[in-house]
Design a protein around this ligand. Sequence first.
Ligand SMILES: [Zn+2]
Length: 265
Amino acid sequence: MALAAGIKNAIRTGGADLRELHVFADNQTALRNIVEPGCYSGQMFTLSVIKDLRKFLCESPEHSITLHWCPAHVGVPQNEFVDQLAKSGLKRRSPDYRSFAFAAQMSTANMYQAWRAAPGNMGKNWLCPAGGFPLSHTVKSPLIANFGKLAASITARITRVVTGHLPIGEFRQKFNFDGPKKCLCGQPLETRNHMLFDCPIWKMREPDFTKEWLTTTATPKQFIRAVANFLSAHPLAGSFEMADAYKASEEENQTLHWISVGIFS
Ligand SMILES: [Zn+2]
C-alpha cells in the first residue's frame, strides 16, 4: 500500500519532467505485487497503480520504471533518510481515520474476545468435543467446511444434537412442553444420551461411538462426522416427524405400530 501510494504520488507530482521512475523497497513481495494484478488483499491499490503506470509509460518511449530491491535497508543512507522523514511525518500528524481492513480486523478480534470471555459460549448442556468447537467467523474454518459438505438437514440435526434442542422427551420436560417424555423403547425419559448411545431402536452405531469417545478423544471434525453418520443411519432419530407421529399416537392412545414394526424388524 505504501509503495502504491508512493508511485502514484511520484507520477502525479513528477509532471512532464518525469521520465525515469525508480522504486526502492526492501520487501520483495511488495515489489512483485505492485505489478501483479492477482487476488490478494491489496488488489485494489495494485489495479489503481497499474492504471497510472500504463498511462505514464504510454506517454513516451523515454518513460520507464525500474524496481530496485534493497536486501536490507539498514545502513543505506537514502533509506535511512526516507525512514527519518516518514517517522517525523507521523509525529507531526497522526491520522484520525482507520482503514476498512483495520476496522474489520479489530471488529473480528473484539468478537473473538467477547465470545471467549462469555461464560456460556458453548452452552453448559452442549455435547462438545474436548476443548469445544474452534471459533471462526469464516467458511475457511475446518469445522464449518466440514459442515458445508453435509446436507442442510443433517447440519440442522447435528446442531440440535449439540445444543440439546431436540424434539425429544428430555427437552419437552425441561421446558414444560406437552408431548411424550418417555422413549418409544420404554425408557421412562427419552434423553439425548439415551437416544445417541443406548436406545435399542437406533441400533446402527459405529464401535467407538460413545459419549466418552465423542467428548474426550474425538477431534471436532471426527465428532461432527460421527454424529452425522449416526443421524444419517437413523433419519427419524430426534426428528420432528418422529416427534409428531409419537405425539399424535399418544394422544390417540395408540402405539406406533408402523414405526416400531419398521424399526425393530
Ligand atoms: Zn429408547
